[in-house]
Ligand binder design. Sequence first.
Ligand SMILES: *Cc1c(COP(=O)(O)O)cnc(C)c1O
Length: 428
Amino acid sequence: MKYYSLNGNAPHVDFAHAAVEGQAPDKGLYFPEYIPQIDPALIKNISDYSNAEIAFQVIRPYIGGMIPDERLMQIAKETVDFDIPLVQVNEKISSLELFYGPTLAFKDVGARFMSRCLSELVKKSDKEITVLVATSGDTGGAVANGFFDVPGINVLILYPSGKVSPVQEMQLTALGKNIKALEVKGNFDDCQSLVKQAFMDKDINQSVFLTSANSINIARWLPQQFYYCFAYKQWKDKEHPPVICVPSGNFGNLCAGVIAHCSGLPVDHFIAACNVNDSVARYFVSGIFNARETIATYSNAMDVGNPSNFPRLVEMMKQKNISISADTITDDETVKTIQKVYHQYNYLLDPHGAVAYAALEKYLEKNPGKKGIFLETAHPVKFPDVIESSLGIKVPVPESLGSLLQQQKQSILINNSFHELKAFLLNH
Ligand SMILES: *Cc1c(COP(=O)(O)O)cnc(C)c1O
């Protein structure tokens, strides 16, 4: 298996190269030369397979032998060693709960897989790698957790000051050791833009070996297919595959679902649920893609004005006729959805799940007879302010969070200035 750059101006590379480099030299996103097909027997008998076995089989063709099968199986096992239940909310809507990982959001799956692959791939060289990552909230914690104390790898996380929740902030600043956090006076797009500039800077690249842990990296993007397969495994009515609604920001998650579908996973229809940062939703209507300034919302992990994975979506829509639509949900609708679903169905949504629930419900109203799944991408405790102001309740803190909130934040405040980031990278 080789990967090419969607900008079309870089050599084709193997999995190891693509994962270690993150982005192609022409600044394009890597994309597999062909989309492998999942064994039809696996899809037919999916309930007979363990999650680890499904993950292994789905990812194996993408690795192209760069990691031995035995080790890959172990990585697959460790990546998905927590519950990913499909919970029925009402007659038509089920929630795929993706928040049982160590940092309580779906990004643990991609981050765990990627960190283990990278440490395996750099073992053979004596290169020190710096993982540079911008986060709107959940990526940072998942990446920090995945790479914590991994030899040969340093992690530098950029996050927008004052725009992440207390749990999110602690998850990315409290670890220490090989994990460093820069708190940027700006928004997520500023952080993402600083990271992009660092990747293009000659001086930095001469002295530091940088790689990205955002979903532009195939080692983080591709494993996100796993839980779409687990959703189908738990879906009872196999004759009528589900509509799947994905709360979307950078569009890595949705693109992972779409590539799984291109590989043969049955899905009736995809919905990209956006908050008011809806460049892609507007593209679906007008056919024109316009990036916009980010607007802060309650679903902060989706506050992305210029989604990185958009070219991958365009590529897959070129290769296959995909049934997909998008919708925009405002903060007001998000709050009303949290209230309605809590009071009517006794189900507690987080703001991201609420955006997806609302978009799915609207779609199902227009398409009677269909049923669907929304991805509940984070635990509500990561967004206590919205929940408390919407419902007047305190979100019970899960035991797994332990003493996190009592720990010491360790971050370095910088301006939204490439100069400051560069100085930091060259001096640390
Ligand atoms: C990152 C994130 C999203 C958006 O996922 P993308 O892959 O960036 O589209 C949605 N919900 C939560 C909780 C997230 O952390």
